[in-house]
Write a protein that binds this ligand. Structure first.
Ligand code: C2E
Ligand code: CA
Ligand code: CA
Ligand code: CA
Length: 280
């Protein structure tokens, strides 16, 4: 046991070293990205499984060459930003870029199209969030009614006055709010019932074990029941196979996102995908 214990400690030290040097690189990259705005947004289509048409997309952060060269991953950047509060500054740049990208292709998008941007609870309740949204919309001539905000379940979201104040403002402005990664986080039933989400995104860990897994099927059933009662839309994340799509369609689900349709794409490739689906 002593042997094992000692070996354990040695492994630990080594890991800690790696984590430290990585974190330094991540921290530097994060600072630089916010300062220089050198990052890219990729767009993953959301489709109607019934019609095959593209109904929207999700904007996802991708790093430019210099950061990737230093083996910094975008998920590490987001995590470090969340941890340090810099997600507010980074998220603001991401929101602005998404509006800019969409403004350049708006005329080729369907009228009821919505683009989704991931917003951290910290950013949602940060000072100036609403003013910034208004200015993104005005500067780029893209209506707020085209925006959807994806929020991950989080303990920080529960029952604060400011989250509900922002929520009401968004509703009035026509911005929809989706609960991201449903089934993995902190959302209590009470929160789900009272916050007034427009849409629930079921996490891909459940989608990916369909149609064989009873627990996953139960999650989908419960969400469908709740969503119908509360007038919320449901979207399945991470659809990768025809079997999964077929199961979901048979159960009465309509919206999906996942590699089965497309990976996250550059805005140019995304527009090609939209066009190819419209032509069908
Ligand atoms: P998320 O918001 O749940 O985003 C969905 C993730 O699932 C994306 O990973 C997407 O590429 C991946 N995905 C989509 N379909 C499939 C599929 O069929 N199979 C598999 N295996 N994966 C699929 P990505 O882009 O690596 O993002 C990871 C996470 O990082 C996001 O999870 C989100 O929490 C965070 N993130 C990414 N971009 C942003 C951003 O701009 N702002 C914020 N706040 N967070 C972001
Ligand atoms: Ca998301
Ligand atoms: Ca998600
Ligand atoms: Ca996720």
């Amino acid at each position: 046991a002593k042997e094992a214990g000692r070996r354990c400690i040695r492994f630990y030290d080594k890991d800690a070293d790696i984590a430290r040097s990585n974190r330094e690189a991540v921290r530097k990259a994060l600072q630089r990205i916010i300062e220089t705005k050198e990052f890219t947004l990729y767009y993953q289509p959301k489709v109607s499984m019934k019609t095959g048409l593209v109904t929207g997309c999700e904007a996802l952060l991708r790093l430019n060459h210099s950061e990737r060269q230093q083996s910094v991953a975008h998920v590490d950047i987001v995590e470090e930003a969340e941890r340090t509060g810099l997600i507010v500054a980074l998220g603001r740049e991401i929101m602005r870029r998404a509006f800019l990208d969409v403004s350049q292709v708006m005329e080729h998008l369907p009228d009821d199209f919505r683009f989704s941007v991931n917003v951290s609870p910290q950013q949602l309740t940060s000072e100036g969030f609403i003013a910034e949204l208004l200015s993104c919309s005005e500067d780029n001539d893209v209506p707020l009614q085209s925006l959807d905000i994806e929020i991950t379940e989080s303990s920080q979201m529960i029952n604060t006055d400011s989250t509900y104040k922002v929520r009401n403002w968004l509703k009035n402005a026509g911005v929809t709010v989706s609960l991201d990664d449903f089934g993995t986080g902190f959302a209590s039933l009470e929160y789900l019932l009272t916050y007034g989400f427009d849409q629930i995104k079921i996490d891909r860990q459940f989608t990916q074990v369909l149609p064989g897994d009873d627990d996953a099927k139960a999650i989908f059933n419960v969400v469908k029941y709740l969503a119908d009662k509360l007038d919320m839309a449901v979207i399945a994340e991470g659809v990768e196979t025809l079997d999964q799509e077929t199961y979901l369609l048979n159960q009465g689900f309509e919206l999906a996102q996942g590699y089965f349709y497309a990976k996250p794409l550059t805005i140019e490739d995304f527009m090609r995908f939209v066009a190819s689906r419209q032509a069908k």
